[in-house]
Design a protein around this ligand. Structure first.
Ligand code: ZN
Length: 108
């Protein structure tokens, strides 16, 4: 299995599981899921919305992409070119996605 090493982490983050109704420490998170229930971890990074981290291949056009700057942008198309995933982002250019990098999305 590919190890996902690269993650764009925002300065100060707090983690929460909505299913368990509790704050999570980093030890309670594996692959950005709660180790107790395996649900997606909600991340409060001090941005205008909370976020979550997804694998590049799990991102769909229903996700809202979060730029490293903390801006939220709608994705209108997810595509693949020569095995590489890319996102077409509304009001922006095409964004090539590294396949070993976690993707910051709006939590929903
Ligand atoms: Zn949980």
């Amino acid at each position: 299995m590919t190890r996902y090493m690269s993650t764009n982490i925002f300065g100060k983050e707090e983690y929460y599981c909505n299913t368990c109704n509790k704050d999570l420490s980093k030890k309670e998170i594996d692959q950005w899921c709660c180790i107790h229930c395996n649900d997606q971890v909600e991340i409060d990074a001090g941005l205008s919305h909370t976020i979550m981290r997804k694998l590049p291949e799990d991102v769909t056009k229903d996700d809202i992409y979060v730029f490293p700057s903390g801006e939220f942008h709608e994705i209108y198309e997810v595509g693949k070119k020569k095995g590489e995933i890319y996102y077409n982002i509304k009001g922006y250019r095409q964004h090539p996605q590294y396949s070993n990098e976690w993707v910051n999305c709006k939590y929903q």
